[in-house]
Design a protein around this ligand. Sequence first.
Ligand SMILES: [Zn+2]
Length: 310
Amino acid sequence: MKRPFLLCCFVLISLQSFSWGFYAHRLINFQAVFLLPPEMLFFFKHHIAWLREHAVDPDRRRYLMPGEGPRHFIDLDHYIIDSLPRNWKAAVNKYPADSLQAHGIVPWWLQTMQLRLTKAFREKNAASILKLAADIGHYIGDAHVPLHACSNYDGQKTDQRGIHALWESALPELLAEEQWQLFTMRAFYIQHPADFFWERVLESGRAADTVLQVEKRLAAAFPPDARYSFIERNGKLQRQYSVNYVSAYHQQLNEMTERRLKASIQAVAASWYTAWVNAGQPDLIQLMEGITDTVKKRNIQLLGRFWKKD
Ligand SMILES: [Zn+2]
């Protein structure tokens, strides 16, 4: 009897939330920690609860800082992709800055964040490392969401309002914990971060039509009373997608959300790892207080065995 109740809770969605839901953002930062090499894993695992919790800070800031919103998306369909500058300075030379901001800047913002994180590692500033690592984890996650790469971000142009939260909140909240295999390969080094981030954003842009069209077809096959269910919360009746509808959408998308979530986790670990390598692989354990040299050495050896297994 417990499971149906839990499922009902999990598919509750907020129609106001336009980025991976809080659940998925936290999951991405949390899982990324386990892909790191031992020299990083020891420090990151020590702070894993903080990294997980603060994975959603950029979304919280959106309502406080006017410049925050554009960092989470880009309307690729607004541009001719091949002639869109991959470098921010070149983009500003080509388009007015306010127009760029209006259509989102996530692929350029990720490049800035990568440099800032590298600097924080170089300066061995533990607070900055953690803050920037949590933040870039969020932006990388958003860059993997197809509806963050097109202007029809919540199906508002095609009578599909609510699809944003369906894809990125309801799906992972219902299925990730029990059905998805998120464990993935260890962190890899990103040779060219700008190209890498752009490629992930372009992949998202190419997937956006599928996200919309598949839901359109599915909605036509599901009568409204099977598409939605209602739950009472705080004395109010709330509408949510039904478990059957969410599951059917996942299948018809050929498990796209699961693949993008997994790719997000890999990319976050790769970004953290690359920043650390480019900063000269600073000793992060020095930044941890109250841990003896013997404990540090033993942990590194243990984690090293795990890292080399693969
Ligand atoms: Zn976001």
